[in-house]
Design a protein around this ligand. Structure first.
Ligand SMILES: NC(=O)c1ccc[n+]([C@@H]2O[C@H](COP(=O)([O-])OP(=O)(O)OC[C@H]3O[C@@H](n4cnc5c(N)ncnc54)[C@H](OP(=O)(O)O)[C@@H]3O)[C@@H](O)[C@H]2O)c1
Length: 208
């Protein structure tokens, strides 16, 4: 299975590590593939870096892992997504992590969906830190990965991906639920970075 990852930064590389550990292949979509040559080579033979459009064409599912400021522009790079699944892992962070620049009567994910013509947009991989995306194993249980999308089949596909990567995938319903998942990401950021908990924390769901 090949997954396209647009952006080869913290989140892109973390998800790539996890996918590779599970025997899957990754094609990074980046602006300048040459710039990432050494980092990609270090990840092994199952990874390559190409332009954004070429990466999207090479996989049934693409994960958007760029700064939110570039997200809608990148979504428009593909004139017609032809029903492909586009996983929005971005958060519309305000400068200095002061809050979110979109919400809560709208969401970054809905903005991405408006820009990505004929894409089946799914919000996922935005509510925890990159380190957890690389390795979600914790002694106390399985971290959750909330997933929302209007297309139920695409949502199920991304929930299955999250489960393969070691998360308890949570069905959070339609894409408008991103209005809650993006502020939820701020809660992780606030605890990890501002409140001294550090980046080795993850949310889990308890039941009785
Ligand atoms: N870091 C986290 O723990 C975390 C957790 C959850 C969600 N997120 C969200 O995930 C997104 C990525 O975060 P990150 O920490 O991975 O950021 P990052 O380390 O800064 O990496 C961003 C990547 O996006 C690429 N990029 C920027 N503009 C682009 C464009 N127009 N076209 C194609 N690629 C472009 C950059 O390319 P170059 O390398 O060529 O500059 C870089 O590879 C953000 O929206 C963030 O809010 C982050």
């Amino acid at each position: 299975m090949t997954t396209a990852i647009i952006g080869a930064g913290n989140v892109g590389q973390a998800l790539a590590h996890n996918l590779l550990r599970h025997g899957e292949s990754v094609v990074f979509g980046v602006n300048d593939p040459g710039k990432h040559r050494n980092a990609v080579a270090a990840l092994g033979a199952a990874v390559r870096a190409v332009g954004v459009a070429e990466a999207v064409a090479a996989a049934p599912l693409a994960i958007l892992a760029v700064p939110y400021a570039a997200a809608t522009e990148v979504a428009r790079v593909i004139p017609d997504w032809q029903g492909k699944v586009l996983v929005d892992a971005t958060n519309p962070l305000a400068p200095g992590l002061a809050g979110l620049s979109v919400g809560t009567t709208n969401s970054g994910a809905e903005q991405v969906a408006a820009a990505a013509r004929n894409a089946r947009v799914v919000k996922a991989f935005n509510t925890t830190g990159a380190e957890n995306m690389a390795d979600p194993s914790y002694p106390g249980g399985m971290p959750i990965m909330p997933v929302c999308a209007d297309d139920a089949e695409a949502r199920a596909q991304v929930m299955a991906l999250a489960a393969r990567l070691g998360f308890e995938a949570l069905d959070c319903g339609p894409l408008s639920s991103a209005r809650w998942l993006e502020p939820f990401a701020m809660t992780w950021i606030d605890l990890a970075i501002r409140r001294g908990q550090g980046r080795g924390i993850a949310f889990a769901l308890l039941r009785r």
